[in-house]
Design a binder for this molecule. Structure first.
Ligand SMILES: Cc1cc2nc3c(=O)[nH]c(=O)nc-3n(C[C@H](O)[C@H](O)[C@H](O)COP(=O)(O)OP(=O)(O)OC[C@H]3O[C@@H](n4cnc5c(N)ncnc54)[C@H](O)[C@@H]3O)c2cc1C
Length: 367
């Protein structure tokens, strides 16, 4: 007996399953490949949008809710699975600020701790930095998690709690009758349930096309480099002109990322590797002596202004969508999952749901 089928076992699907199982639902997840090997594995795990003041309030609201909830979620994950997602308050230093007043306004509005630093302050905080900007924004409360560990832990907890996760099981279409989905078609046969959720990341658009809905969600490739380092080399997450450096607890350092509109092509390129390497050394010259351990790419579920769709399909009563988190699915995920569960379970919503409804998403095409 399945109450809810979730299509896509990335972080968004898993967090949504976690919410529904906690409310007593029987959940089955269908995954085209292996669980959480796409964007949710490839991401950097920074628990903040990169320049948070550039986003609509709808994104900041989700981020704020999730940021408060993350320490508790990671405690649950570590206790429930033995895998610690390593929530770490690293702080975020942003050294290319155009308009300090705009940054201050955003911080006041969303209750974020912000310090505006001068050159001396920057040098004291991050002596390893190779840049010498005159000013920077310091967000000391921004944390990070290791997303591959978070998804491994969530998967273990979900399976312990009776969620069936079916790998290599792509959803191929819908059987719709009387304005409701009866079942979702897969190569292994049709899977029935009372309700269905599409949490298929960058692949959400094609999957919904046959339902008459054309969502502006498209793949946006991001490439990352991983350096093998020693703890203490890099003091905080630092960001300059869209490129960032993330220090992990074990001394590894991640450098990201590119933003490429190349369809569903997930290959890495030599050009991106060179560019990321150059940016990394400009930010932290000491990285020059470190070995590059890995270079990878992932496909973000891009959306016009970064606002995800979280809510029901406009024409099909028992079909829901949780997708389009673009560059911020890790930080927005917990709030997004809670809001989707609130709507499916007809609970009072945790946040105002209006900005995330299909009808209010920019560039939507309702055919
Ligand atoms: C390089 C990079 C850096 C990033 N850094 C950060 C960061 O620091 N902080 C942050 O908050 N976010 C970051 N992100 C964004 C974040 O990773 C994504 O927004 C988030 O992972 C999206 O999660 P998802 O579950 O929607 O998508 P995915 O993780 O892509 O999961 C979707 C799943 O659905 C499956 N699927 C697709 N179609 C079907 C089908 N027909 N049937 C069954 N299954 C299907 C896919 O195989 C996949 O497993 C980054 C992303 C990238 C690529």
């Amino acid at each position: 007996m399945t109450d809810v089928v979730i299509v896509g076992a990335g972080l968004i699907g898993m967090l949504t399953a976690h919410e529904l199982v906690s409310a007593g639902m029987q959940v089955c997840m269908l995954e085209r490949g292996q669980p959480a090997r796409e964007s949710s594995w490839a991401g950097g795990g920074i628990l903040s949008p990169l320049y948070p003041w550039r986003y609509p309030d709808a994104v900041s609201e989700l981020a704020r809710w999730s940021q408060h909830y993350y320490p508790e979620l990671c405690r649950q994950c570590a206790a429930g699975s033995g895998i610690d997602p390593q929530w770490t308050r690293s702080g975020l230093l942003i050294t290319d600020i155009d308009d300090p007043a705009q940054v201050q306004q955003w911080a006041t509005r969303f209750g974020a701790r912000l310090e505006q630093l001068d050159t001396a302050g920057i040098r004291e905080l991050a002596p390893e930095l190779g840049l010498h900007p005159g000013s920077a924004a310091w967000l000391p409360e921004v944390a990070q998690i290791r997303n591959p560990r978070l998804v491994k832990s969530l998967r273990a907890m979900l399976e312990q709690r009776g969620v069936e996760i079916r790998p290599d099981c792509p959803a191929q279409g819908w059987d719709i009758e009387g304005g409701r989905v009866r079942s979702v078609r897969t190569p292994g046969g049709a899977v029935s349930a009372d309700a269905f959720i599409v949490a298929s990341g960058a692949w959400t658009g094609p999957l919904l096309e046959s339902t008459g809905l054309s969502l502006p969600i498209e793949p946006v490739r991001g490439q990352m480099l991983l350096f093998q380092g020693e703890p203490g080399l890099v003091s905080c997450i630092s960001l300059h002109k869209g490129r960032y450096v993330i220090p992990r607890r074990d001394g590894r350092v991640l450098v990201g990322s590119t933003l490429e509109y190349v369809g569903f092509d997930k290959q890495t390129t030599a050009q991106a590797r060179d560019e990321l390497h150059r940016s990394a050394l400009q930010l932290i010259p000491a990285l020059a002596s470190l070995k590059i351990e890995k270079h990878w790419a992932g496909l973000r579920p891009g959306s016009p202004d970064g606002t995800p769709v979280i809510g029901p399909h406009p024409d099909i009563a028992n079909l829901y969508i949780n997708a389009g988190h673009f560059r911020n699915g890790v930080v927005l995920g917990p709030a997004s999952a809670r809001l989707l569960a609130d709507q499916l379970l007809k609970r009072a919503p945790t946040l105002d749901i209006a900005p995330y409804q299909v009808e209010n998403i920019k560039n939507i095409n309702l055919s």
